[in-house]
Design a protein around this ligand. Sequence first.
Ligand code: ADP
Ligand code: MG
Length: 458
Amino acid sequence: MDKIWGQAREELQKIVGADSFATWIEPLRLSGVNEGTAVILCPTRFLSDWVSRHYSDDILKVLDRIEGPVHRISFETRSQTSRQVAAANSEPKRPAPRAAATATATATATDDELTAPLDQRFTFDNFVVGKPNELAHAAARRVAEGGPVTFNPLFLYGGVGLGKTHLMHAMAREIQARQPEAKVLYLSAEQFMYRFVQALRDRTVMDFKELFRTVSVLMVDDVQFIAGKDSTQEEFFHTFNTLVDQGKQIIISADRAPGEIKDMEERIKSRLQCGLVVDLHPTDYELRLGILQSKTDTFRTQYPGLQLAPGVLEFLAHRITSNVRVLEGALQRLFAFASLMGREITLDMTQECLADILRANDRKVSIEEIQRKVAEHYNIRLSDMIGPKRVRTVARPRQIAMYLAKQMTSRSLPEIGRRFGGRDHTTIMHGVRKIEELRSADRSLAEDIDLLRRLLEA
Ligand code: ADP
Ligand code: MG
């Protein structure tokens, strides 16, 4: 069994990555395979629940390949096994009282088991700060530095993949480093609910309450998850109040502002709002480029010797605007691909390798919309976008529209030229270059362009 498991572990590590492997798979043991059912031993129930929900397909696939055929996995916790054994041994004498057995199991649950694992990469050092996230970052830093509790709760919100979880982990780590004796509890709202429901089922709600109410810092990620889940909300509300009353720090994240969470009780919403509420804005071009540069530095150590052509990162920062997670994934794929092919990362390779991501990120903005918005913004007539006038007050906005058309649509230069009154593609190219040049020198122009882009993306 050990040999089979050894081999399975190697494959699983490749599939789930080193960090998740160390946290979730490493502690498991394969105890046997019987008629297509593999029995996996887990040290704790929390672990076994988590693994069975997140990794059972991977484990099944790998074991089926190595040991085959395996159709099912049964997870057993050691405490459960020993309890079963103990119960079996003592049965002839007297049946073990069930409630007592469960209570012991919960009492021995450690904080390590309760708090979710922190991602090693999510540190303040690795967090790239730009305009869209500087406020959230500053607030997170301040709270993580400890001192008197000034913002309670700290409520961070923003769209998917903008760095909420990253900041939460960075804070948890920092607080723990500065105050080793503090009991920092970080978990997702989903895990909170899950533990709560489990406690209800096992009739250990008092223990559950007790555990949560003894923490020094409570961090709950993605709190919108408990909206509409009434008893969980209720419990969360009580936990929240007790901790705030004791002056304990609470840090919450969500995908939207407290007031906008549907199916969340009013009293909870208003409690959530009474500290500091800060949001992470959608990324802008500069932040995306900064993040790409920082990730590239990391990837370079993973893939030494890879060449990256100039302009590739800028291209990605322009074209992938959805969120940082997608941006990161794209870069990762690009480096892996280039390293397999043993080739330099060029613009062509990027377009080929990331075609699907780039297509998905293609904003459905039309050249007409761009012309209209730009004309509106600079107070010129729409017809002047297409017309021949060369005065600066008209020509410059027209060039900005050309630039945005090139950046925001997948139209070719000749196609763009046709929509600007049948201009030649070299004229469009000249316009685009001119704006690129001015953009880096002229701050107010750069801001105008960002604003227009945001308006068009909205
Ligand atoms: P959220 O929780 O808001 O959905 P995450 O915190 O999971 O987003 O971020 C998604 C990915 O993007 C993570 O890998 C994270 O490290 C990365 N990321 C997000 N923002 C930044 C940033 N400002 N600097 C560096 N990496 C970032
Ligand atoms: Mg998150």
